[in-house]
Design a protein around this ligand. Structure first.
Ligand code: NAP
Length: 296
């Protein structure tokens, strides 16, 4: 299969490249060139270039992971957030339709308002911030233009390597706690943390089986950021007293966050061979990945 992956140097994109096998893969990037696949620079804000590039490559499938993922920046720079998360997604969906290509659009738990948590695929989205709003508009464009698509919603992605120039929640905790620094962690924000390699292998299975519709693909555990940090301390034998639990209202975030955006992964767990993993299994896998990258 000929695949085009946007956001190829990002946290999810880099894991997809590490795990995908036996396909011809084009890696689309903007600022951070990926180290695998056939790299092609494409600024998704340029709609004509999006159409021209995809229609020249003629992929059988497109995995659209690229987004403006900085939630506070989306709130401040709404025009940019709309251009990348919504308009570019619409342009990609149009090209997919013209090419007859299957599209996987990676979306977010932040499409939900967080009032109830454990959201399943039938629950009605109602975002509380502009990032969630733009990602939901992206979902709507995909549904409107295509029938051969998967909307894969995920939650707090983490992984073993800094990607697209930034560290993730798990690496930030590990770096800070190993250096003996205290960290401020929200005690009452509930999420479904997702290891990038677990997510990537589930997406690859969906791609190869052409799974359609909406699917929640996240880690299988509903935890607070505090519980995540404490589990990480247990597995790495780090000092939990360095963790300073705070109410999420004291986090000084610019954009509001949903209080409980955890995802129900029952559907993915029942239909996929590669299953959403528990927090403990995912953190143990992360440890193995970090240990093997140090050795190798
Ligand atoms: N990270 C999370 O916790 C989380 C949670 C829920 C859902 N998601 C969703 O999961 C997907 C993957 O997230 P991620 O964490 O892997 O993202 P990430 O590491 O923040 O990477 C974002 C990617 O988007 C690309 N991008 C941004 N602006 C672009 C532009 N104008 N043109 C082309 N590419 C552009 C970046 O490319 P360059 O680096 O080359 O500029 C980068 O590869 C996103 O769709 C996100 O909404 C993420």
């Amino acid at each position: 299969m000929k695949l085009a992956v946007t956001g190829a140097g990002g946290l999810l994109g880099s894991a997809l490249f590490a795990l995908v096998k036996g396909h011809e893969v084009y890696s689309l990037y903007d600022q951070h060139a990926p180290t695998s696949g056939i790299p092609i620079r494409l600024d998704l804000r340029n709609k004509n270039q999006v159409a021209e590039t995809l229609e020249r490559l003629e992929p059988d499938a497109i995995v659209h992971t690229a987004a403006l993922t900085d939630v506070d920046r989306c709130e401040r720079d709404r025009e940019l957030a709309k251009a990348i998360n919504c308009d570019a997604t619409r342009a990609i969906a149009k090209s997919a339709r013209n090419l007859g290509a299957y599209l996987v659009y990676v979306s977010t738990d932040y499409v939900f308002d967080g009032k109830s948590g454990s959201y399943n695929e039938e629950d009605i989205p109602s975002p509380v911030n502009f990032y969630g709003h733009t990602k939901l508009m992206g979902e709507q464009a995909v549904k409107e233009l295509l029938s051969d698509y998967l909307i894969a919603r995920t939650s707090v992605i983490y992984g073993s390597t800094p990607s697209s120039g930034k560290v993730n929640f798990a690496l930030w905790l590990l770096d800070s706690l190993s250096a003996g620094k205290t960290v401020k962690v929200a005690a009452n924000q509930l999420v479904s943390p997702t290891l990038n390699t677990n997510l990537a292998e589930m997406i690859i299975e969906c791609l190869e089986r052409r799974v359609k519709g909406i699917l929640h693909l996240s880690g299988a555990s509903r935890v607070s950021r505090l519980e995540f940090a404490l589990e990480l301390c247990r597995i790495w034998s780090l000092n939990p007293s360095l963790i300073n639990p705070v109410d999420m209202s004291k986090m000084n975030w610019y954009a509001p966050r949903p209080r409980d955006s955890s995802l129900d992964v029952t559907k993915a767990s029942s239909i996929l061979v590669k299953k959403p993993a528990s927090i403990k299994d995912s953190l143990c896998r992360l440890k193995e990945e970090l240990d093997s990258s140090k050795r190798g």
